[in-house]
Design a protein around this ligand. Structure first.
Ligand code: GAP
Length: 436
């Protein structure tokens, strides 16, 4: 596994992730996804949506707004309790999360620390021009509440029966006391969340099933199983709404870190919103002829953390033989084809007026189906290395023989094996290799 410096440097050099506001010296722990990063991020989200929404019969989607009524955050318990214990050094004034430091003295200068005080993590904002309590609300610290407050809307418009779930992908904001480890802990991030509504009493079984399904998603997209584990929360770690929570953790270079939580939120949120809004958020079971408040299993993943895990796990350095009998080091991102930002690169063997038009013809054919790059700059070897480093699964080489036999060479990123394919068979050959 690479160290963080290697991955941060590759991410910048190749246009995956840049520091935000860099020309002004950068804004701490905020990151911008560049041309390749945005493709990778979209692919992570699309793969998740495909697996958990489109390929299941018991799920639907939602896209709720980031700004919600302040009452939502009062009812959900976030206004009163979504906080971390903050301590400050009386000498250097550095601030720390009291639950993340082992010593009673300042980890930076040894100075005396203040008593912990609870610091609410929600970003305050105001709706409209007047900055008063009536206009105040928050940037959402989780996407989940958008699902709970739409429970009745989804139920009546889709006529769903339990068990069913609602999925949502979107930005969340937390004014974290400490941030760091690149995109692992930031103040603005993206979540992929599911609220899965079940009959009380079936919740433990569904919790178990969701942990398995989520683990399978990461390994199915190429993360080595021994780089993942499930960690059950101790009672003192549980959020105010949770009966049980399991974290999926990834073996990051600095140690195990949470990429996803799967909580049993019980009926906490629906009951809290029923009480605060006065609207009935129960479910009517037609067979049993009874109303009850469903329990909720909540698989909640971070897009940025998943993306970081996929990048780290895909990174490989290998020694490969060269034509002159020596060897050279290649960096290759062995990303799953569904995640790779570019699926295919079309490379004319050289810049040439006979090859160019033929290669463009192939490029136009391929890009109608796959995200594709055309590259004719520098030697073919260097172009292969460039594509390896950004994780492109397949390169198509157009050479002089192509003009005679109407065939091209497909090179596989991982095995580096090359195969000759007739252009009329190319689309099929690419689908066979890329579709999962
Ligand atoms: N709705 C439940 C919830 O928000 P969470 O464990 O606080 O649960 C879920 O967050 C996921 O969101 C985490 O597993 C993590 O992947 C991501 N996440 C949370 N805080 C984050 C932060 N400051 N930076 C990046 N990702 C974060």
């Amino acid at each position: 596994m690479p160290d963080m410096e290697t991955i941060v440097s590759l991410a910048k050099r190749r246009g995956f992730i840049f520091q935000s506001s860099e020309i002004y010296g950068g804004l701490a722990s905020t990151w911008d996804y560049g041309p390749l990063g945005v493709e990778l991020k979209r692919n992570v989200k699309e793969a998740w949506w495909r697996t958990f929404v489109h390929q299941r019969d018991d799920m639907v989607g939602l896209d709720a707004s980031i700004l919600m009524a302040r009452q939502v955050w009062a009812a959900s318990g976030h206004e009163a309790g979504f906080s971390d214990p903050l301590v400050e050094c009386k000498s250097c004034h550095h601030r720390f999360r009291a639950d993340q430091i082992d010593t009673k003295a300042c980890p930076d200068c040894g100075g005396e620390l203040t008593q912990p005080r609870q610091f609410n993590l929600m970003f305050k904002t105001f709706l409209g021009p007047i900055e008063n309590a009536t206009a105040q609300t928050y940037l959402r610290p989780e996407t989940a509440q958008g699902i709970f407050v739409n429970f009745n809307n989804v139920l009546t418009t889709t006529r769903r029966k339990l068990p069913f779930g609602v999925a949502q992908i979107g930005k969340a904001f937390r004014n974290e006391i400490t941030v760091g480890n690149f995109i692992f802990r930031t103040r603005e991030f993206e979540q992929m969340e599911i609220e899965f509504f079940v009959k009380p009493g079936t919740d433990d079984e569904w919790h178990r099933r969701w942990i398995q399904d989520c683990m399978a998603w990461y390994t199915g997209l190429g993360i080595a199983p021994d780089h993942l584990h499930v960690r059950q929360h101790e009672a003192h770690e549980l959020s105010h709404y949770s009966k049980a929570t399991a974290d999926i953790e990834y073996a990051f270079p600095w140690g195990w870190g949470e990429i996803q939580g799967i909580a049993n939120r019980t009926d906490f949120d629906l009951k809290a919103h029923t009480k605060a809004s006065g609207k009935d958020l129960t479910y009517f079971d037609e067979e049993a002829k009874e109303h009850f408040t469903p329990y909720v299993i909540e698989p909640s993943a971070g897009v940025d953390r998943a993306l970081l895990a996929f990048l780290l796990d895909a990174y490989h350095e290998e020694d490969v033989p060269t034509a002159d009998g020596k060897s050279e080091r290649r960096v290759v991102l062995k990303l799953h084809p569904a995640l790779a930002p570019v699926k295919v690169a079309v490379l004319p063997l050289s810049r040439n007026e006979r090859l160019g038009p033929k290669a463009r013809e192939v490029y136009n054919l391929v890009r109608s189906n796959f995200v594709c790059q055309y590259d004719d700059a520098q030697s073919i070897g260097r172009r292969y290395r460039r594509q390896d480093e950004i994780g492109t699964p397949l390169c198509i080489t157009v050479d002089f023989q192509t003009i005679d036999d109407n065939a091209v060479t497909i090179r596989d990123r991982d095995t580096m094996r090359q195969e000759r394919i007739a252009i009329p068979m190319l689309a099929l050959a690419l689908h066979q290799r890329l579709d999962s």
